[in-house]
Ligand binder design. Structure first.
Ligand code: FEO
Length: 162
């Protein structure tokens, strides 16, 4: 069964969203590096790479379905944050936004009875649960620590091992 034009367009928009996410995290990585938080910067850099892998999963899926991939323009990301907590809170909120986008894709796939796309999206539904858990967990830790510099240093070292 041929993939629909609406589904192809929606997945192309998601490819853009994944590259935008990659850039947002790369900019967060640069901000955190500049703030002397090398472990957090490393964590964000890894996140950046994961987002590119997500975009490529969607690209490969469209190739598999014989659909046209449109390489998107990437939006310029925010450069500065008040502190590490603000950066991770933004990342957490962004992941919740991405989850809502993935759910809309699932809705469309269900509506179109596109079972192949529903099956492919299952991986992303699970991945989003993990991404929200990871970013939300770091926010909770940083909020608990507040301005405790020793604690922040410990979290920074922990995140260096990702
Ligand atoms: Fe590709 Fe972080 O969602």
């Amino acid at each position: 069964m041929k993939i629909s034009e609406a589904m192809t367009a929606a997945i192309n928009e998601q490819i853009k969203a994944e590259y935008d996410s990659a850039y947002i995290y790369l900019a967060m990585s640069a901000y955190l590096k500049d703030a002397g938080l090398d472990g957090m910067s490393h964590w964000m850099r890894k996140q950046h790479k994961e987002e590119i892998e997500h975009a490529e999963k969607f690209i490969d899926y469209l190739y598999e379905r014989g659909a046209r991939v449109i390489i998107p323009e990437i939006a310029k990301p925010k450069e500065n944050y008040a502190d590490a907590i603000e950066a991770f809170r933004t990342a957490y909120a962004h992941e919740q936004y991405v989850t809502s986008r993935i759910y809309k894709l699932v809705d469309l796939a269900v509506e179109e009875k596109d079972y192949a796309t529903q099956s492919m999206l299952k991986w992303f539904v699970d991945e989003q649960m993990e991404e929200e858990d990871n970013t939300g967990g770091i926010v909770a830790k940083l909020e608990f620590l507040g301005s405790d510099k020793h604690g922040i240093y410990t979290v920074d070292r922990e995140l260096a091992s990702r």
